[in-house]
Design a protein around this ligand. Structure first.
Ligand SMILES: [Fe+2]
Length: 172
């Protein structure tokens, strides 16, 4: 008797590519993970079968995969129009890509002696766009959905999911 092999979904293929990308040398990790995500962002079936509801109170994270060793976790973020992250920097490496909609990414400087970051630039991140970086408390940004349609982005952070609250975002 022969059994059909389980269908390799777009999500499982992306997760396998991310896992492979994390295994390489540490300095190149965020760039490799961003490239791994990028290859799947235009696939409309990427999140088929995954419940990713939006939330009226703010953008929301849905866990897609937690590495069994706790080295990283993959989440989908769902943004209603007008929802945005706090202004923050990252305590860990990260990579993200836009799967649906358009996000705006604002960057900030923290001038010496100031406690409030000053916005210096804004980039539009449309479907298929990626962004990535190492752990760096001087790279300060904010993601926002300033469009009129819901947006979904895929994020990978170098921390276990149960430590996202402490180990990912440094808020300003
Ligand atoms: Fe961030």
């Amino acid at each position: 008797m022969a059994f059909a092999a389980p269908r390799r979904t777009s999500l499982s293929a992306m997760l396998a590519d991310i896992h492979h990308a994390v295994a390489g040398d540490a300095p190149g990790c965020p760039r490799r993970v961003a490239a791994a995500i990028h290859a799947y962002l235009h696939d409309p079936e990427l999140l088929d079968g995954i419940a990713c509801p939006s939330c009226p109170n703010g953008y929301i994270r849905h866990l897609l995969h937690a590495d069994s060793s706790g080295r990283y976790a993959v989440v989908a973020l769902v943004w209603r129009p007008g929802q945005m992250s706090p202004v923050h920097a990252h305590r860990t490496w990260c990579a993200l890509g836009v799967h649906r909609g358009v996000l705006s990414e604002a960057f900030y400087d923290l001038p010496e002696g100031n406690s409030s970051p000053c916005q210096t630039a804004t980039l539009l991140r449309g479907q298929g766009a990626v962004s990535f970086g190492p752990a760096d408390l001087r790279t300060i940004h904010r993601l926002a959905n300033l469009g009129t349609a819901e947006a979904v982005s895929i994020h990978v952070y170098g921390a276990s999911f149960d430590r996202f609250g402490q180990d990912v975002n440094h808020l300003f």
